[in-house]
Design a binder for this molecule. Structure first.
Ligand SMILES: Cc1ncc(COP(=O)(O)O)c(C=O)c1O
Length: 388
């Protein structure tokens, strides 16, 4: 009987160690890992550059309160602002903390300019922004909030793609629109670039803020640093987490100067936010992910992956409904419940993970090799064949 709480549906498999794209189980089996801790292990397992950065920092100092200067955090923030839309960065520890803090920033911005009643956030129904009370309220998912009511007030929802409803929802109480450029948990649904540009236009016209949740789709996962980079839009606030830590817990809120000004001393805080260990690993992740050649490699290899997956879809149209996503954020939507298929992939030593709407999520490390993609393709084909 486990002493761990029962809040996860854990698979009966445990791992001793990992190297690159592979995980080695305690029973001696080798698995190709296309879960990557759900878009977290951006550079795979035991990447030497990350190991070096972490152990070097571990020997210096582990933790310093935010009451003092933070040189490692300063360095990471500077690099983020130099390379993105952001002017300021506020560090936290997880995705939910980052989305929740983003909501706080949006409300504080309007409060600080004397518009205290402008505090509602518009989100997509059944999106995913984390598991705090505010984040599940933002997600608008009945399943996530049931049992935990009352939900936090201040959120309005529209169904993915329902532009009419979205426009109707905007009123004088609206502070921001918050969406994931690619809905991860929601089934790898990509918001088209023209829609993201449309959202920016609406926000400008209505003088409200645009929050783009890049917790899952950001930090190179799509082949660009941010998924919204494809649309060429400039958001006001962006929560990030997952990939920036490469496996070490980090979250952050990226902001323009306009909104960041409202976050004066004492308005937000987090004991572990900006922890030197986390900041050192984040800097090491950026050393690699910011390279244009690294991003181009992701684009090239992911195009290949998509082509191969679409060939399988064409061969097995009764099994695969759609292959979608961008870069290495890939969704294979089946015509039926995906659980057994995922189990069959695992039995063939390929690890993948579910998303909503019968979707199998494929999230290889960004460092994945072509021959590893070929191995995944062979396994997916084999499992499709076994369904005939
Ligand atoms: C888009 C998005 N936002 C927020 C979160 C929450 O992140 P965390 O689990 O680190 O709290 C997730 C997690 O999957 C996510 O995909």
């Amino acid at each position: 009987m486990s002493s761990l709480a029962n809040n996860y549906n854990r698979r009966k498999i445990s791992f001793r160690n990992g190297k690159g794209s592979f995980l080695y189980s305690t029973s001696g089996k080798k698995y190709l890992d296309m879960v990557s801790g759900i878009a977290v292990n951006s550079l795979g397992h035991s990447h030497p550059h990350l190991l070096k950065a972490l152990t070097k920092q571990a020997k210096r100092v582990w933790h310093i309160s935010n009451a003092f200067q933070a040189p490692e955090g300063e360095k990471l923030a500077k690099r983020i602002t130099k390379n993105t839309f952001a002017d300021k960065v506020m560090f936290v520890n997880s995705g939910a903390e980052a989305t929740e803090a983003s909501i706080k920033v949006a409300r504080k911005y309007f409060s600080s300019i004397g518009k205290k009643r402008k505090n509602r956030i518009i989100c997509i129904k059944n999106s995913f922004h984390g598991r705090t009370i505010a984040a599940i309220s933002a997600s608008g998912s009945k399943k996530m909030i049931d049992g935990f009511r009352p939900s936090a007030p201040g959120f309005d929802h529209f169904v993915f793609g329902d532009h009419k409803k979205l426009k109707k929802l905007i009123n004088k109480s609206t502070a921001a629109i918050m969406v994931e450029p690619i809905m991860g948990e929601g089934g790898i649904k990509v918001i088209p670039d023209w829609c993201l540009r449309g959202l920016r236009k609406i926000c400008n016209k209505k003088k409200i803020l645009l929050i783009l949740d890049e917790v899952q789709c950001g930090i190179g996962r799509t082949g660009k640093f941010f998924a919204f980079d494809y649309a060429g839009v400039k958001p006001d606030i962006v929560p990030i987490a997952k990939g920036i830590g490469g496996g070490f817990p980090i979250g952050a809120v990226l902001m323009t100067n306009k909104v960041a000004k409202c976050m004066t001393p004492g308005t937000h805080g987090s004991t572990f936010g900006g922890n030197p260990l986390a900041m050192s690993v984040g800097n090491a992740v950026l050393d690699i992910v910011l390279k244009k050649s690294f991003q181009q490699r992701i684009l090239k290899l992911s195009n290949y992956f998509f082509n191969e997956l679409n060939k399988i879809k064409n061969d097995y149209p009764k099994i695969i409904k759609e292959v979608r996503g961008r870069g290495f954020l890939i969704g294979i939507q089946l015509h039926f419940n995906q659980s057994n298929f995922i189990k069959s992939l695992e039995n063939n030593y390929l690890l993948t993970i579910r998303a909503a709407e019968n979707t199998i999520r494929i999230l290889p490390p960004l460092t994945v090799k072509k021959k590893e993609i070929d191995l995944a393709i062979r396994i997916i084909k084999k499992v499709c064949k076994s369904y005939k």
